[in-house]
Design a protein around this ligand. Structure first.
Ligand code: NAD
Length: 246
């Protein structure tokens, strides 16, 4: 049987790298996409069966390159994991248009562009898409106007993809992680936010990169063959409560 191929964006570190490692452990090959060339080189140095691609998912021409390099090297795409993301915490009045666009460009445009470009290849394999949104796309809290709105849009985009691409055998699902101690989160989580998450989350802790990767790889696998259009919160129970954050 041919080895399956995953295309993982934002794969140089954090949740994307943990997801890459889990795919590799399950016998998949992985194209790792990231715009941080140095981190990508060091992340892929000790990995086999991978193709590192330094590209920006918010650039239409880069996205074309990503697909053509992946197909030249591996010949197919079975799962697209739209994981690349940037964070931005700030009050509405201080979120100028440039900041807003920076967040939308990667978190929303990137998911749209990558999914559109990968659709012909996914039709061939009856593959699937897993979009990584966030609990900030499910529930509003202060300071997350651009980030939360971009992630809420990704949730809706997932449902659109499931509705439209199902007839080709393509599934689309979404994982909404709770807080995880990655570079992205720790750049914006103050001690107050960390304490508030610990109090508000029923499991009283942050998640790990590996726990989120398990949810992603399950949805991408054949074990989830009848699951599409679903939004899975991997969040220690945060979304099931009404407890707020500062
Ligand atoms: P991270 O910063 O560790 O990793 C994100 C990676 O994406 C980085 O390697 C970065 O270089 C890359 N990237 C960013 N913009 C890119 C672009 N335009 N093109 C290519 N690569 C790009 O962050 P993480 O916490 O592992 O985040 C992964 C995903 O999970 C993101 O979508 C994030 O919004 C989401 N998420 C994270 C948390 C958390 O608490 N860590 C919570 C909810 C959702």
């Amino acid at each position: 049987m041919t080895q399956k191929v995953a295309l993982v964006t934002g794969a140089a570190r954090g949740i994307g790298l943990a997801t890459t490692r889990l795919f590799l452990k399950s016998g998949w090959r992985v194209a790792l996409v990231d715009w941080d060339g140095a981190e990508l080189t060091s992340a892929s140095a000790d990995l086999e069966q991978v193709l590192p691609i330094e590209c920006d998912v918010s650039s239409p021409s880069d996205v074309e390159d990503i697909l053509s390099k992946t197909l030249s090297a591996f010949g197919q795409v079975d799962a697209l994991i739209n994981n690349a993301g940037v964070a931005d915490f700030g009050p509405i009045e201080e979120t100028d248009f440039e900041r807003w666009r920076r967040v939308m460009a990667t978190n929303l445009d990137g998911v749209f562009l990558m999914s559109q470009a990968a659709t012909p290849a996914l039709k061939e394999t009856k593959g699937n898409i897993v979009n990584i949104a966030s609990i900030s796309g499910l529930r509003a809290s202060t300071l997350r106007v651009a980030y939360g709105t971009s992630k809420a849009a990704v949730i809706q985009l997932t449902k659109q993809q499931a509705a439209e691409l199902g007839e080709y055998g393509i599934r689309a699902n979404c994982v909404c992680p709770g807080p995880v101690r990655t570079k992205l989160a720790m750049a914006v989580h103050s001690q107050d936010i960390i304490d508030a998450y610990h109090d508000a989350i029923p499991l009283n802790r942050y998640g790990s990169e590996e726990e989120i990767a398990e949810a992603i790889c399950f949805l991408a696998s054949d074990k989830a063959s009848y699951i599409t259009g679903q939004i899975l919160a991997a969040d220690g129970g945060f979304d099931s409560t009404g407890v707020g954050l500062p």
